[in-house]
Design a binder for this molecule. Structure first.
Ligand SMILES: [Fe+2]
Length: 170
């Protein structure tokens, strides 16, 4: 029932974005989160990880920043925000949509997603790499900065040219 759970998350996500200020930052945040979600799903599949959890993490990963306009600590705020949203999501049976373990995995991936210097567990790495790959979509020479100094060559070794990879995975 993979598609159904993702669909429910997307519906909630769309609704929450409608409550955000209708400005350029919201529009770009919406585009970016959706794109990261798509890339994360395909990257997860490529790495033998759970594509559905990757897509859900992607869709919510910057929501706190988009809702509040505050980038500082948005990964930590976003993890708590995603947990609240996902805990509230119930199937018709009243059962949680995600198991405790799945929820922990999604929220921890969001929690660590700005910590690009370090390497965490597989789902977190999928989200971080997808977050970075989206930046290369329209900018092949994107300057990923110091904190991605090791991540960029690692990704190139895995995927080849990053713009081509981003386009292929999105
Ligand atoms: Fe992001």
């Amino acid at each position: 029932m993979e598609g159904v759970r993702l669909q429910q998350c997307l519906e909630v996500w769309e609704g929450l974005l409608l409550d955000c200020p209708p400005n350029d930052a919201t529009a770009e945040g919406r585009r970016h989160m959706f794109s990261v979600s798509a890339i994360a799903g395909n990257l997860a599949r490529l790495r033998g990880e759970n594509a559905e959890l990757a897509r859900v993490a992607g869709i919510f990963h910057d929501l706190a920043a988009v809702e509040t306009g505050v980038r500082k600590d948005h990964a930590h705020a976003g993890a708590a925000r995603a947990r609240r949203i996902l805990e509230e999501l119930r199937q018709e049976t009243g059962a949680p949509l995600f198991s405790e373990n799945e929820l922990d995995n999604i929220c921890a991936a969001i929690y660590f997603h700005t910590d690009k210097e370090r390497v965490h567990f597989p789902l977190a790495e999928v989200l971080k790499d997808a977050d970075l790959l989206d930046r290369f979509l329209d900018a092949p020479d994107y300057d990923a900065g110091k904190k991605n100094r090791e991540r960029v060559p690692r990704l190139r070794a895995e995927l080849g040219d990053l713009q081509t990879a981003a386009r292929r995975l999105s």
